[in-house]
Every structure is written in C-alpha cells, then in structure tokens.
Write a protein that binds this ligand. Sequence first.
Ligand code: ADP
Ligand code: MG
Length: 915
Amino acid sequence: MASSGSYRHSSSGAPSRLSTKIDKQNSGAYATPKASAKSRIPASPSTGAGFRRSSSGPLPAQPRASADAGAVPGRVRVAVRLRPRNSEELVADADFGDCVELQPELKRLKLRKNNWESETYEFDEVLTEFASQKRVYEVVAKPVVESVLEGYNGTIMAYGQTGTGKTFTLGRLGEEDTAARGIMVRAMEDILADVSLETDSVSVSYLQLYMETIQDLLDPANDNIAIVEDPKTGDVSLPTATLVEVRDQKSFVDLLRVGEAHRFAANTKLNTESSRSHAILMVNVRRAVKGRQDMDMGYRGENGHHTSSHSLRPPVVRKSKLVVVDLAGSERIDKSGSEGHTLEEAKSINLSLSALGKCINALAENSSHVPIRDSKLTRLLKDSFGGTARTSLVVTVGPSPRHRGETASTIMFGQRAMKVENMVKLKEEFDYKSLSRRLDIELDKLIAENERQRKYFEDEVERIRVEAQKRIAEAEKSCKIVLENEKTKYQQDYMESIKKLEEKWKVNQQSIEKSRAEQEIRTETKSDELLEVRNMLENEKNLRQSSQDEIIDLRNQVQHWKKLEESRGAEIVKLRKLLDTEASQKEKLEEEIAALKSHLLQLSVEAEETRRSLDRGASGKLFPGLDSLMSQANRNSQLRDPSNGPKPPVAKLSEQVGLQKILSLLESEDADVRVHAVKVVANLAAEEANQEKIVEAGGLTSLLTLLRSSEDETIRRVAAGALANLAMNQTNQDMIMAQGGVSLLSMTASDAEDPQTLRMVAGAIANLCGNDKLQARLRGEGGIKALLGMVKCGHPDVLAQVARGIANFAKCESRAATQGNTMERSLLIEDGALPWIVKNANNEAAPIRRHIELALCHLAQHEVNAKEIINEGALWELVRISRDCSREDIRLLAHRTLTSSPTLQAEMRRLRIEC
Ligand code: ADP
Ligand code: MG
C-alpha cells in the first residue's frame, strides 16, 4: 500500500516564521511502515511509557515495523484545515479578508495580525477550504489507518474552535453524498477492505467524555465507564464499554448514527452542546499474522497430524487500536459562567482539554513532568501523545478575523503538538485462545483416532482369540486321535510282552525244578566233604599251636644265648687286657734277657781282654769291673727317674770306664756292641747330672748319627729314648733342633713299627714341644705332623706321649700370647690336631685324657681359635670338662675359659647350653 500523501515539516519543530530557515532536506515523507526506509531507531523502554519528549532533531523516515521490532520514533503529524466561510461570515465579514492565508504548496499558513503584518507557520499538511474530504482523509488519516492495519496503534484527532469543522472532518457519514464522508467512515471502509473476516476481527466502541465522565454512546444507560490501566503494560482500556464487532460498512455507519443520536439526546438531557464534549471512536483491529500462522498451522507430519511441538505453538495475532477523537471546542468557557455553567462546572468542562494542552506543552518543551493523570482525556490518550501510537492531528480553523485569537491559539496548539514524538510500536501477542481451540480440535481428533485404534485392537484381539480357539480345538482333536492310536499300540505290545514273559517263566520254572533236583544230589556229597575239611582244619590248628610254642621256646633260648654272649664278651675283654699285660711283661722280660745277653757279651769281652792281657802280661786292663757294673746297670729300667737314691750302677760304669770310651762304642763295627753302648748311654742320659757331660762329649751328635744311619730298630728305639732324656734340658733342646733332630725323629717315627720306638720318639718330640722359642721351627720341621702321624699305632703309651707333646705345645702358645705376642691361630689347629684332640678328649686312659683336656683349655683361651673349636665340635668337650672333669684345677680352667670367650659364649647361647 503506497503512501497516499506526505506531510512536510519544520526541522526546528518550533513555530517558524518566514524568516525561519527551512531545512527541506530533512523533510521526510509521511510514509507507511511498509514503505519505510531501512534505518532502525533504538526501542522505547516501555510500551506504556506514556507521553514522550518532543523531538528537536530531524525527523527520520518511518521504518517498517516487524513483529519482533521494538518501537520506532514517529512524530505527531499535524495538518491544518481551513473551513470555507459560512453564509454568515460571507455576510458579516464581507469587508474583511480572512485572518489566515494558506500556502499549501509550501505547507505554510500565514496568520494575519493586521493588514500589513502576518506570522507564518509550517505544518505537515495545509488543507485549504477547497480541500476535498477524500484528500483530507488521505493526507491526515490514511497513513494512520494503514499503520493500524499493520498492527500499530493509531490516533486521529481534530482540534479547533467550535464550528470550524472538526465533526465535518471526522464524523460526516456522507449518506446522501459519498464524497462528503468523513474520516471515521473512510477509515472503516479501508479497514474492512483490508481485513479477512475469517481470521481477523474489527470491533468498535463509541464514547463521549463530558465533565470527566465517560458515557457509552452505544448504550446510553452505561454512563459512567471506568478507565482501567494494566499495571504491567500501562495500557488503558474501558472493559465496561460496549464493544460491537463490525463486519460490514453499513452496520458501522448505523452504529455511528446511533451513537450520534445518543450523543444528541445526552447533550439535550445534560442541557449542553455537543461542542462541549469529546466524542471518542475506538476501533479494535485483531489480525492473525498470516505468514507465521500459516507456517505454524501448515506444518504437518507424514501421517497428516500436527507434530506436537509445532501444534502447541499458538498463532500470533496483532492487536491494534484506532482512536478517533472529535475534541470539544477549543474555545475557553468564560469563567463567569456566561453560558449558564457554574464555575465548578466550567472547570470540569475545560479540564480534559486544558490538561491535553498542558501535556502537549510539557512534551513539546521536554518538561520533566507530563500531567497525564490530570484528566480522563489525557489518560485515554496516553498512548496517542508521547506513547506508542501513530498520531495525526488535524487542527481546524475558520477564516473569520473575528475569531483571530482563537485561531491563533489553535495554530499554536498544532505547532506544539508537532513537536511531540511518539514511539510507535507493534502490538503482537500470542493467541492462546485460538491455540486452545486448535488444540481442542487436535485433541478431539486424537481421541477419535485413539478410539478407532482401540476398536481395531479389540477386534483384532477377538479375531486372534477365535482363531486360537479354533486351532486349539483342532490340535486337541488330532492329539486325541494320536493318543488313541498310541494307546491301542501300547496295549497290544503289553499283551504280547506279558505272553512272552509267561512263556519264559514257564521255561524257567522247569529249569529250576530240574536244577533243584540236581542240587539235592550234590548237597549230600558236599556234607561228607565238609566233614573232612573240618577235621583237616582242626589238625591244622593243633599244628599251628605247637609251632607257636616252639617259637616261644626258641626265643627264650636266643635270649639266653645273647646273655651268655655278653658275659663272654666281657670275659674276652678281660682276657685281652690280661694278654696285653702278659705281652708287656714278656717284652720287659725279653729286654731283661737282652740286657743279660749284653751283660754276658760284655763279660765275655772283658774275659777276652783279661785273657789277652794275661796273655800279654797283665797290661791294658782299662775297664776292670765294667761287665759287672753293666750287668748291674742293665738291671735297672731305662728312663727311670734318676733324682733319688744312690748313684745308679751305669753312672758308676761311666765313671769307671770313661764316657768317651762308651760313646766310641756307639760307632763299633759290632752291632751287638753298638746296641749295648747305646743302652748304656741311654741309661746315663736318664740322669740329669750326666746329660751335660754326654752332650759335651759329642754324645748327642753320635746319637743323632745312629738315628740317621742305623738299620737296627732296637738301636733307633734306644737312641730315641736317650734323645728323649737329653731333650729334658733347654740347652740340649736347642742343640737337638740345631742339628736337625726333629727331622730325624720324624723320619724314625715314620719308619718305626714298634710301639716302644714310637713312644721314645714321641717322648722326645713332646719334650721339645715344651720349649717356647722353638715352637715355630719345631712345627716347620714337621714335629707336630710327626706326633699326629704316630697316633695311628693306637698304643696307649704312644698316645700319652703325643697328648703330652700337644699339651706342652698348646701351653707354650698360650704363654706366648699372655706375654703380649700377637696370637695367630694355633699351629696345632693349622696342622690338623683338633679332630684328634676332640676324638681323644674323653679317652679312658687318664694320662691321655688329662693332657688333652689341658691342651683344649689352652687352645680355647684364645679367641682366634674359637671359631675352629666350635666348628670341630670341641666346644662340647670343653663344656663336658667344665662340668665333669674330676680334677678341680682343670675343671675350673675349662669353666674360666668358656666364660671369658665371647665367641664361645655366643655359640652357647645359640645352642642354649648352660655353663
Ligand atoms: P464543529 O464540529 O467544529 O463544531 P462542524 O463540523 O459542526 O463544526 O461545522 C460547523 C458547520 O460548518 C457545519 O454546518 C458544517 O457543515 C460546516 N462546515 C465545516 N467545515 C466545512 C467545510 N470544510 N466545507 C463546508 N462546510 C463546512
Ligand atoms: Mg463538532
């Protein structure tokens, strides 16, 4: 819909005189929203904000409003209309010119002050006395109507002195002459032409405001209508006013006519003129927003039903309101009440209009307070000035110079109104009622569909049930037949098997009979056999009993023999001991025999020599009485303690014969002589007094030579015995060592088989073991090894010497350690003496035992040996010694040794041995 006309306006907004510069560039077309430019202006903060400030800046073009658009600025449009001179004026003012002169092409109005002076005002539209009603409608009202049809609120008002054509402009019905139709009729024509009567609705109220009372022109009885203001939106409404829906032009015109008639009647009744009241036509337009509603309504799912999310969206409707106000005459009522009104009445009559004037002034001047609430008119028109409505004001003036003052006042009102800026806003809302209706329809459809489906479902269930029953019956029938057949078959089978069983039973019965007879025969023979077996068993039993008795007898005998054997064993041991004693006695006797032989030899030598000397004349009798002495000496045993008693005969012999002579005999060619000589030397060496002399005379060297070179074991045995005697002296010990005596002794020991030889050798080495200074050398030359080597012969005498040697050696080591020398591990242990020591520690021979016990105590006194002592099991022997040794000194020594060694203590704790 194109713009029907355009207002032109002053940029300054202030009443402009000719001298005022007019900015034409800023003159915008009074366009409909559809034809608006693109520019958008920020939204107004509130729909019901009420009167807005005036605009002093250039007026922007009207933008197209959209559903979601905010408010857009829209200045109140003001047109001025000049009424032609009426018949009276034509006469009365015949000699005068009009008080106004119009320049419609410049949209200016000149107000003559006098013949030579005038003031010029610019309006949005200047309508001359020739302007047709159609043109007036198009420039003043049509843009507003179009705006209303778009969804904006709109206001069209006429302001002016009574008789200047307000009602002519707005309210002419034009029934006789359609060209005369006023704005109300034409607006409705346009509205009805544009709306769809199916989706949209148009309804009207028609009211009169007089003395601050609102009367319903469509229902005169309703003569005090309240203004209701929505507290949220600030929108004002008249809920009690009659609202008539208009569906065609004729009914609307009828309504207007009825309203006009009621207005007249009311004014007659109130004794007033219509010019003192305000007539208000309210046209409510409610339109569905087609595009979006169609979209919403049009969306359907595949099954033709609305999808829930879309169908639940209510349609959008635009609600707009066109208010056409035919204001009361702008002329003041005389305060004197010349028109027949009291002062209070005059105040009340003037109240609304003067309040409107004040509000417009306030808005035009941007005053902080706009007195909207001062009157009902300003409250009703809240939206029209400074609100959200698009507002057009037509100010009507007459040409008569007589009313110049009123005309000027009207013009100034219009000028001020031009400054008022509104913020037009689209009023859209969701149509929940419509949605509800639509949903009801949907619901009905769904219920119907549901019922249809339920019915179908029930039918289906019934059909399936019948089908199933039919099938069950068939199945039962076939099953019955099959069962019958099976039964018959099984019965036949059963009968047959019974028959067979009976036959088998018969056969069995016969065979049982037969076998029973056989059994009877067999039983008889069996009983004889049984008797026999029983007898045999009885015999067997008797036999077993007798053999058991025999076993017991035998056992007793074995027991007896064992006892006999044991007593015989003891006897054998006793006999063995006797035998040993006999043997040693025999040996001693043999030695004595040997000595006697030697004596005899000596005597025979002597006799020989005596004989020879007698032969030579009794000269050279060097050793008279030697044989007798020798025989005497040989009667004494070797190695005899020489300390006490009178000098032995051997000593006498050496004194008498001379030691040198005896020693020289050791190297005699005759073996027997050598034997006797060595025996003599040995006897001499047994006496401490002779030992030094023997050594000084070279006896030691001779003895060692014999030991090295002699093949004769007796000589070696006696020489070793002599060495043993000599080795009791420390000086001699040194010499023996120096001349390699230990090696010779060791060698002798390894070659010897005679326990007595070994006893001599062991005794010699044992004596050497008692020398502190010779320990290392003695060991180095194999002394200890030699001692240990001799134990294998097992003779107690040998073992006793070995034990003595070991004890001596251990004692010397111990002494060296207590004198502060660093103690290495014992050389005895190094040479492997410990196992033998442990083995013989509890030897039944007391001399062996005592020496070994002492040796063990000495070894254990030193921590270096402790580990080995534990490893070889010597600890147990020490513990035993500390507990059981019969000699108190050894026992105490063992105890002290055990308690002073941390290592042994730790081991004892570990083994939980109490000491
Ligand atoms: P108001 O409503 O302002 O009091 P009216 O509309 O009643 O004035 O007009 C007064 C008289 O002037 C009426 O008889 C009307 O027909 C006449 N009149 C008003 N305006 C015009 C006009 N433009 N052309 C012809 N007659 C007019
Ligand atoms: Mg009128």
